[in-house]
Ligand binder design. Structure first.
Ligand SMILES: Nc1ncnc2c1ncn2[C@@H]1O[C@H](COP(=O)(O)OP(=O)(O)OP(=O)(O)O)[C@@H](O)[C@H]1O
Length: 226
């Protein structure tokens, strides 16, 4: 199981400090990240697989520094964006999933089998040769997830996976996430998503203000928001 160590992390965007000294060790199977708008959650999430490197401090994934080993880190930790349109880059569904496998240089037959398996798993098998842009919002979110899962990361970071979805699709994506064997870290405003999680971390103005089992952490958050 992947362990992510975040040590004295600061993130400065020009004159604005979005994260102000974060120290955390993440090694639970299910971790939720909550907090008000602009509190630094997405910034924090993007640090976890080296999409962003901290301006001060360090992030280590199984001992690998994200600032020095970005590629190896991203093989361990996948990232699913809030808006799947930011993640889906190929015009045809199967091409998009296959792209994630490109670096592995697999024989074509093995690559095709992996693509088929992951599409079937998320009910997208019938859409294999369809244009990616013609999928519904929920299907796009699942395609984005398929494209990450096919590379078999140990841990997946989701940035608000249900925010853009209607209730039915949000439930579907939420069920898919709950069934994942991989370690899951979710940034969300949808507190229902965090039922049965092991740990919830609450951000406020670039700092961690609570870090606890979900019911205690969430009641702290709700109190703070009043
Ligand atoms: N690339 C950037 N350049 C400048 N400022 C940035 C950049 N990225 C984030 N910020 C700022 O950092 C702060 C934290 O942003 P972040 O997206 O991490 O918040 P968040 O907690 O995810 O918010 P939300 O719930 O609204 O998605 C915000 O004030 C934002 O404007």
């Amino acid at each position: 199981m992947t362990t992510i160590e975040v040590r004295d992390v600061h993130q400065q965007f020009e004159t604005f400090e979005a994260l102000k000294g974060i120290d955390l060790t993440l090694n639970e199977k299910r971790i939720g990240i909550v907090g008000s708008n602009g509190s630094g959650k997405s910034t924090f999430a993007r640090l976890l697989n080296g999409l962003l490197v901290p301006t001060r401090g360090e992030v280590l994934v199984d001992g690998l520094d994200t600032a020095k080993n970005g590629k190896a880190v991203r093989r361990k930790v996948g990232f699913v964006f809030q808006n799947p349109d930011n993640q889906i880059v190929f015009p045809i569904v199967e091409e998009d999933v296959a792209f994630g496998l490109k670096g592995l240089k697999l024989p074509a037959a093995q690559r095709d089998a992996l693509v088929e398996e992951v599409l079937d798993r998320y009910g997208l098998g019938a859409f294999r040769y369809h244009p990616s842009h013609a999928l519904s919002g929920g299907q796009k979110q699942l395609l984005a997830l398929a494209g990450v899962l096919v590379t078999r990361p140990d841990c997946i970071v989701f940035d608000e996976p249900t925010t853009l979805l209607d209730l039915r699709n949000a439930r579907k994506v939420s069920r898919v996430i709950s069934e994942l064997e991989e370690t899951v870290i979710i940034v969300t405003h949808d507190l229902k998503l965090l039922e049965n999680f092991e740990r919830v971390i609450v951000f406020d103005q670039g700092k961690v203000i609570a870090d606890d089992e979900p019911s205690r952490a969430l009641s702290h958050y709700v109190e703070r928001m009043q």
